[in-house]
Structures are given as C-alpha cells and as structure tokens.
Design a protein around this ligand. Structure first.
Ligand code: FES
Length: 242
C-alpha cells in the first residue's frame, strides 16, 4: 500500500466514526432535551384552572364555573322575581303608551268653542210668519224664512223643470212653512238681500242675481240655487242646524 492510499483510508474511517468527544456532547444534548420535556409535562399537569371544579387532575378548562354562591334564594323564587319585574315594567310601559296616545287624541280633537259652533239651535217660536231671520253658523250667514201660505203656493207652483238649477220646492224644505238656506250667493259669494228682487225672494246686488221664494236662481249670473244646509226639527218649534 502506498502512502497516498493509506492516508485516504484513514480519512474515510475517521469520517464514519465520530470522535468520542463529539459522541459525548451529543448524548448530553439528548438527555437535556428529555429533561426539558419531562419538566414541561410536569408543570402542565400541575396547572390548576380557576374554572376547574371537577377532578383535580383533569386539564379540562371548558367546565362552566359554579356561581351558586352568588345566587339568592331558590330557583323558583328567582323565576318569580323575574316574571314579576317583566310584568311590572310591561304594565308601566303600556300605561305610558296609553296616556301618550290619549293626550295626542285629546289635543287633536276639536275644542269646546269649535264644537259649540258645529251646531246651532234656533227657537222658531220667536220668528213670526212672513219674516226673515239671519243667524251665523260656522262663520256663514243662514237665512231662516217663515213662509206664508201664499209664498208656499207660489214656490210649489213654479215650473221648476225649466229652471237653471231644476229643483222642486219639496226637495228644499222639510216643512213647507220653514225655508232654511245658506245666505251665500252661488255666483261669487256675496250675501243676498231678503224680500227683494224680481221673484219676491232674494236679490244679490253684487252682479244682479235673483232668487225666488224657494231660494232658486231665477235671473242673473248665479249658476245654482242657494244651498240648503243640514238641519233638523227635534221639537215642533225647535230647529237645529248642523
Ligand atoms: S256674487 Fe251674487 S251675483 Fe255675483
């Protein structure tokens, strides 16, 4: 064997066989790692969760802690208290809502003076036959005419089909002797004058409209008869308009 071959064989052998010092260092490192693992497993086993109330060795931390010592009374008593509180606050809320709605409706409703104007009561006994009375109702004049028998005959005998606003007298009165109408000209809203005009009824001087003794438009620019409001006779000599 030459010198070169002997050197080469020695190098290969050294590479396969680690030195004793290296072997010793490697073994110490492995032992140290094992010791660390053992220490870690020992410390994990000794960890005690604040939520743990079962077996002392169990690492389970998902157990729900007991709050029994914070509870007062029995479970039934607590339920009763909860139901009572819910019911009491529900009742109070309902009362508050009812008061709010009631106050809103009261504020939105018509006041006493407005309601008083909604209807007007008239004593018919104070109006003699053949006379007119004008009263105010909802801010408008209302004509009340106590008609004579001749006026009733004239109103009923008119050929109403040929009029501008055809209407029989019977459709405009509830009692023939009492004619009740709004005193507002149907042309442009003037107040006609009573017992005047070409037909013995009312005359509007603004533009010259004539109404007959039934309040029907007979001449001039007025397109419609005088309007008849809602009214009733609760008693023989009592009239309520509205
Ligand atoms: S307002 Fe009465 S005739 Fe014009």
């Amino acid at each position: 064997m030459s010198l070169t071959q002997a050197a080469s064989t020695l190098v290969r052998h050294s590479a396969r066989q680690p030195l004793p010092a290296l072997r010793h260092a490697s073994a110490a490192s492995v032992q140290q790692q094992r010791r660390h693992r053992a220490d870690a497993s020992t410390s994990h086993a000794q960890f005690k969760s604040p939520f743990h109330r079962g077996q002392q060795d169990s690492p389970d931390t998902t157990v729900i802690p007991s709050f029994k010592k914070y509870r007062g009374g029995s479970e039934t008593g607590n339920k009763m208290f909860s139901y009572f509180m819910v019911g009491a606050f529900g009742g109070l809320s309902a009362m508050g809502a009812k008061d709010t709605v009631q106050n809103f409706l009261v504020n939105m409703s018509a006041s006493a003076d407005v309601l008083a104007q909604a209807k007007v009561e008239v004593d018919l006994a104070a109006i003699p036959e053949g006379k007119n009375v004008i009263i105010k109702w909802r801010g408008k004049p209302v004509f009340i005419r106590h008609r004579t028998s001749d006026e009733i005959k004239e109103a009923e005998g008119t050929d109403w089909q040929k009029l501008r606003d055809p209407q029989p007298d019977s459709a405009r009165v509830k009692k023939p002797e009492w004619l009740i109408m709004l005193g507002v000209c149907t042309h442009l809203g003037c107040v006609p004058i009573g017992e005047s005009g070409d037909f013995g009824g009312w005359f509007c001087p603004c533009h010259g409209s004539h109404y007959d003794i039934s309040g029907r438009a007979r001449k001039g620019p007025a397109p419609l008869n005088l309007e008849v409001p809602e009214y009733d006779f609760p008693e023989e000599t009592n009239l309520i308009i509205g």
